[in-house]
Ligand binder design. Structure first.
Ligand code: NAD
Ligand code: DAU
Length: 349
């Protein structure tokens, strides 16, 4: 079977002004300069138009709109043969505060996109899901046929979108591919997430709030490796209706990441502050991505050691990106999320 061709085609990237979406757009156009990208993004607190700075104007149409709005979706998807849905409410802590927004965007928004994609007759629809849909995995690593057991409103909403997209393949033949990736890190990640929050706090000698014991484990993948996997799956032949895990097989606990960041920034361990845990905090995620490697040949290229050095350097060199974010609304969020949190004596689980 022949790979789908991207040459001269229009590709819709929803959520393209966010962390992974913007990295994807830059990478797609670097590798396929003849593609025309349409970004549909609501520019929520996490989306930034400047994340797309440097993209040639002639290669990009930016639609400021919401994936829940059928009109905005129809405008953005017109003439597109390929769709990747990155748009989502993406932060677990916020989903604990305001679950309704997650259900609206991460489930209903996927429905609106699938309906339009079906009407337009797109060639491929990639639903960017997450390894969190499996719930916590205390031993071994989840393969794609594992039961879904999401445990936060974020994870449950993503599981809804994940299976809804799949249902459009089964029911209507929409050529859907679902991906479930592990934790990403890299440039332009919004500083509410562990790596950018701790790097930017440490630069400013502010405390690093470690939840509970700090022994929670995640698999860490550089965003460029995630984007390469998605690019592969956007055109790979014969994978419609399939689900693929994407991971690095590089598991680390929060304390190890924290120690690495402090070492790279030459900051003291006294910045660590153990704080009250996230409710329902999943202790471990681990995905088995051997299916993706077996089927497409994809493997991660960037080691954590190399990627984290690059990432820390990026945040050091781009204070003009994150300092304005950490003012204003972010301050209010930070105070709400962390201000009242009980400080623990030291690593209580
Ligand atoms: P992000 O929060 O940085 O970006 C989300 C983007 O979606 C923002 O630009 C935001 O403005 C936009 N958006 C939100 N609601 C919208 C709506 N209703 N309509 C249109 N646009 C909207 O998120 P991210 O970390 O880049 O994650 C991107 C996708 O990848 C998400 O679907 C997430 O679930 C998934 N994912 C993330 C990770 C990770 O480690 N960050 C890992 C696996 C999967
Ligand atoms: O696994 C993929 C998922 O990874 C994505 O689907 C999500 O969009 C993404 O946000 C991420 O979810 P996590 O909850 O794993 O990421 P976060 O950066 O919020 O937390 C990583 C770990 O660090 C987790 O064990 C909680 C811990 N943590 C996080 C923050 C923000 C802390 O100890 N302190 C903190 O202040």
């Amino acid at each position: 079977m022949q790979e789908l061709s991207l040459g001269g085609r229009r590709v819709l990237v929803t959520g393209g002004a966010g962390f992974i979406g913007s990295n994807f757009v830059h990478r797609l156009l670097a590798l396929h300069p003849d593609v025309h990208v349409v970004v549909l993004d609501a520019l929520t607190y996490a989306g930034r138009r400047e994340n797309l700075d440097g993209v040639p104007a002639s290669s990009l149409t930016f639609v400021h709109g919401d994936i829940r709005d059928p009109k905005a979706v129809a405008t953005a998807m017109a003439g597109c043969e390929f769709v990747l849905n990155f748009a989502a409410e993406s932060h677990v802590d916020r989903s604990i505060e305001t679950p309704g927004e997650f259900i609206q965007t991460d489930v209903y928004g996927v429905f609106v996109l699938c309906e339009e994609a079906r009407r337009v007759g797109v060639k491929r629809f990639v639903q960017v899901s997450t390894d969190e849909v499996y719930g916590e995995v205390l031993e071994g690593s989840s393969t794609e046929d594992w039961p879904l057991n999401p445990r936060s409103p974020y994870a449950a909403s993503k599981a809804g979108g994940d299976r809804l997209a799949y249902a459009y393949w089964c029911t209507y033949g929409l050529p859907v591919v679902v991906t479930r990736c592990s934790n990403n890190y890299g440039p332009r990640q919004y500083p509410e997430k562990l790596v950018p929050l701790f790097v930017t706090n440490a630069i400013d000698d502010e405390p690093l709030p470690v939840y509970g014991s700090g022994l929670n484990r995640r698999d860490w993948l550089h965003v460029d490796d995630h984007c390469d996997a998605l690019l592969t799956l956007l055109t790979f032949a014969g994978v419609e209706g399939e689900t693929f895990n994407i991971g690095a097989q590089h598991e680390l606990d929060v304390l190890t990441i924290t120690a690495t960041l402090l070492r790279l920034l030459d900051k003291p361990g006294t910045l660590i502050r153990y704080v009250e845990d996230r409710p329902g905090h999943d202790r471990r995620y681990a995905v088995d991505s051997s299916k993706l490697t077996r089927v497409t040949g994809w493997t991660p290229r960037i080691s954590f050691e190399e990627g984290i050095v690059q990432t820390v350097q990026w945040f050091r060199a781009n204070e003009s990106w994150w300092r304005p974010i950490k003012q204003g609304d972010f301050r209010v969020y930070y105070e709400r999320m962390y201000g009242q949190r009980r400080v623990l004596a030291g690593g209580q689980g």
